[in-house]
Design a protein around this ligand. Structure first.
Ligand SMILES: NC(=O)c1ccc[n+]([C@@H]2O[C@H](COP(=O)([O-])OP(=O)(O)OC[C@H]3O[C@@H](n4cnc5c(N)ncnc54)[C@H](OP(=O)(O)O)[C@@H]3O)[C@@H](O)[C@H]2O)c1
Length: 346
C-alpha cells in the first residue's frame, strides 16, 4: 500500500545528497528516490564509512562523508545521528543547500519548521531552507490525532508505544536478528554483542526507549510530548506517554487514550479517518498489526472505540512503518512539496 508523493521533472534534475545512506532510514530514502525516477547519477551517497549499497537492483557507492560533496548538492537529506546533523546542517545551509534533517537535533528550535505534511504542511509555503522531520512515534500518532484535533479539539493524550528494533537503526535490527538466530540454533538468545539495547530484545519487552532521566521519563517520552505540541500548535495539550521496545523488526505501534474538548461523534470520526490522506482504516478487530503493515506507507488505524470517561473519551490503536512514514517517506514528502530550488551560483 503506497502513498504517492510529489516528485516532478524539476525535482529529478536536483543534485541530492543522502548523508547516512548506509543506515536504516538512508537506504529506504535511496529506494524511495529511485522509485520516483531520480537518476542515480544525481545522487551523492555518503556515510561515516565507505560501502557498496544494493538498491533496486543497482550497486551504488557510498562515500565516506566529505562535506564538499554534499555542499555541492541542491538538496541534502541528513539520515544521521543528532551530533552529525548538528554539525552538518548549518554548514550545508550556509552553502545554499536545502536540508531535510531526520535527526532530533533541531526539531524543537523555534526557527526550524517540524513538519508532517498532512498535518502542518502549510509551513512549507514559506520555502524554508532547513526542515526537521519528526520522531517516528510522533509522526505515526499524529496522523489520527490530527483528525480528532480538527473535528473535536484535543484535551489530553495518553499514549503507549510498542517500538520496533529498527527504530534504533541498522544496529537495532541486526541485534534482534542475531538474538533470534541464536534462539533458533538452540542458544539462549542472550543480548547481542553490539546491541544498542539495554538488554536482550528477543522474547522480551524493554520498557524504556533511550536514556531515562532523574524523574524516570525516557528521552523518547520527552520528544513525543514536545513534538505533538509543536506540530499541532497546541502548547497547552496534556501529553503522557510510556514507550517500550518490542521484538518486532519494523513498524511502531501506539495505543492511544484521549479526552477531547467536545463530545465525539463516532461515525463522523470514523468516516473522517477512513478518508484522510495518509491514514488506512482497519476493520479487523485484531488489527492493525506491525508484521502485516511492514513496508507500507500509511498509518493504519483500528480498534477505534469509546473510552470509559464519557462522550469525550476515545481509544484507538495505530501502526505505521517507522522507517517509511516515521522517517524516509515523510522526508521525501516534505522535499517534494518544496520548490525544486537549485543551489545559488549554478
Ligand atoms: N530508524 C528509524 O526508525 C528512525 C526513525 C525516525 C528518525 N530516525 C533518525 O534518523 C537518523 C538516522 O537513523 P537510522 O536509524 O537510519 O540510523 P543508522 O541505521 O544507525 O544509520 C546512521 C547512518 O549515519 C551515518 N553516520 C553516523 N555518524 C556519521 C557522521 N558523523 N557523519 C556522517 N554519517 C554518519 C552512519 O554511517 P556508518 O554506517 O558508516 O556508521 C549510517 O549510515 C537518526 O538521527 C535517527 O534518530 C530514525
Amino acid at each position: 500500500m503506497s502513498v504517492s508523493f510529489r516528485w516532478t521533472e524539476e525535482h529529478r534534475r536536483l543534485r541530492v545528497a543522502i548523508v547516512g545512506a548506509n543506515g536504516a532510514t538512508g537506504q529506504e530514502l535511496v529506494e524511495l528516490l529511485l522509485d520516483a525516477g531520480h537518476p542515480p547519477s544525481l545522487m551523492s551517497l555518503s556515510a561515516r564509512s565507505e560501502k557498496r549499497l544494493r538498491a533496486r537492483g543497482l550497486e551504488l557507492r557510498v562515500e565516506p562523508i566529505a562535506l564538499g560533496g554534499a555542499a555541492r548538492c541542491d538538496l541534502a537529506f541528513l539520515c544521521t545521528p543528532s551530533e552529525a546533523s548538528l554539525e552538518l546542517a548549518p554548514r550545508l545551509c550556509a552553502a545554499g543547500v536545502r536540508v531535510v534533517d531526520l535527526s532530533s537535533a533541531l526539531r524543537l528550535r523555534p526557527d526550524v519548521p517540524l513538519v508532517v505534511p498532512e498535518v502542518n504542511g502549510d509551513l512549507l509555503a514559506a520555502e524554508p531552507s532547513l526542515v526537521a522531520n519528526p520522531n517516528c512515534t510522533s509522526a505515526i500518532a499524529l496522523l489520527p490525532l490530527a483528525v480528532v484535533e480538527r473535528l473535536f479539539g484535543l484535551s489530553e493524550v495518553v499514549l503507549v508505544s510498542y517500538q520496533a528494533a529498527s527504530g534504533a537503526g541498522a544496529a537495532g535490527l541486526e541485534a534482534l536478528r542475531h538474538e533470534l538466530a541464536d534462539l533458533g540454533a538452540g542458544g539462549k538468545g542472550e543480548r547481542a554483542p553490539d546491541s544498542p539495547f539495554a538488554a536482550a530484545l528477543a522474547l522480551n519487552v524493554l520498557p524504556a526507549i533511550a536514556e531515562v532521566d532523574a524523574e524516570g521519563h525516557s528521552g523518547e517520552e520527552h520528544k513525543i510530548a514536545a513534538e505533538l505540541k509543536k506540530i499541532l500548535r497546541r502548547a497547552d495539550l496534556v501529553v503522557e506517554s510510556s514507550t517500550a521496545r518490542v521484538p518486532v523488526e519494523r513498524c511502531h505501534s501506539v495505543a492511544v487514550h484521549l479526552l477531547s474538548q467536545r463530545d465525539i461523534d463516532l461515525p463522523l470520526l470514523e468516516g473522517a479517518m477512513a478518508s484522510t490522506a495518509g491514514l488506512a482504516w482497519c476493520d479487523d478487530p485484531h488489527g492493525p498489526r506491525p508484521r502485516e503493515c511492514a513496508g507500507s506507507d500509511p498509518v493504519h488505524v483500528g480498534r477505534v472505540r469509546r473510552g470509559a470517561r464519557g462522550p469525550r473519551s476515545l481509544s484507538f490503536f495505530a501502526v505505521g512503518d517507522q522507517i517509511r512514514k516515521g522517517a524516509a517517506l515523510n522526508a521525501v514528502q516534505v522535499a517534494g512539496l518544496l520548490a525544486a530550488r537549485r543551489r545559488p551560483g549554478d
